[in-house]
Design a protein around this ligand. Structure first.
Ligand SMILES: CSCCC(=O)C(=O)COP(=O)(O)O
Ligand SMILES: [Mg+2]
Length: 224
């Protein structure tokens, strides 16, 4: 099958789950309350606070209550778009201050560089906001990896377990779904991508099999 583009997940695929859970989420938990208090009137922040109110039906919630909802969502790893957008804004401060460095597995860095040189177009699809995606790759430990990527998709393209999201992404990329390879560590995401017609490879970095999909332990084991 012809392959023209690679669409990759981040957490558990290009980057360690532990980086997200032990570094990024605690950073957001610590800094999001003051960030929201300070910037609540800023239009792009106010828009997300309003989105939280709409999503929970708590239309009269004050800023402190919205903050407590957001902290609950971090705890529950909710992939809610307003939380993801706000996390991206908070992380930007951390990356710019040198307090955060994006973790990307060395095998992923090597393979992504090789595939780009070989002429494949590279895209990212993560529940993290597009801003957060650009930050993890832009401030990677090995330097700026963003020149490798031709585009980014987040939850504004739909949920990662929904087939329609992958159909929409293929349309946006401009290739047939069958010409796109999706990489992820989550079986349900791979199932949805395959249902949309994409090629799939599962990443099981701790070992194991993502049932129904070719599964590898790292990017070096992917032969295009
Ligand atoms: C873009 S780094 C932040 C990761 C994040 O917030 C997240 O929810 C990870 O989701 P993924 O779809 O990459 O598994
Ligand atoms: Mg993942």
């Amino acid at each position: 099958m012809t392959l023209k583009a690679i669409l990759t997940d981040i957490e558990g695929t290009t980057s360690a789950v532990s980086f997200v859970f032990d570094v990024l989420f605690p950073y957001a938990r610590a800094h999001l309350p003051d960030f929201v208090r300070t910037h609540a009137e800023q239009p792009e922040v106010a828009l997300q606070l309003e989105a939280v109110r709409q999503e929970t039906g708590e239309t009269q919630a004050d800023v402190e209550h919205v903050i407590s909802i957001l902290l609950d969502w971090i705890e529950a790893d909710r992939k809610a778009t307003p939380l993801k957008v706000l996390q991206g804004m908070v992380w930007q401060q951390g990356y710019e201050a040198g307090q955060l460095k994006g973790h990307v597995y060395p095998d992923a860095v090597r393979a992504l560089r090789r595939w780009k040189t070989a002429g494949y177009s590279l895209y990212v699809y993560s529940s993290g906001s597009i801003q957060a995606q650009k930050l993890i790759f832009g401030y990677a430990e090995v330097g700026d990896l963003t020149p490798l990527f031709s585009g980014y998709f987040d939850t504004t393209s739909g949920g990662k377990r929904d087939t329609t999201s992958y159909q929409g992404i293929a349309k946006a990329i401009g290739f047939a779904a069958s010409e796109i390879l999706f990489l992820s560590d989550i079986k349900e995401e791979l199932d949805a991508a395959r249902q949309a017609g994409m090629q799939t490879i599962g990443l099981a970095r701790q070992g194991g099999i993502l049932e129904g999909h070719t599964t590898v332990a790292d990017f070096e084991a992917i032969n295009l």
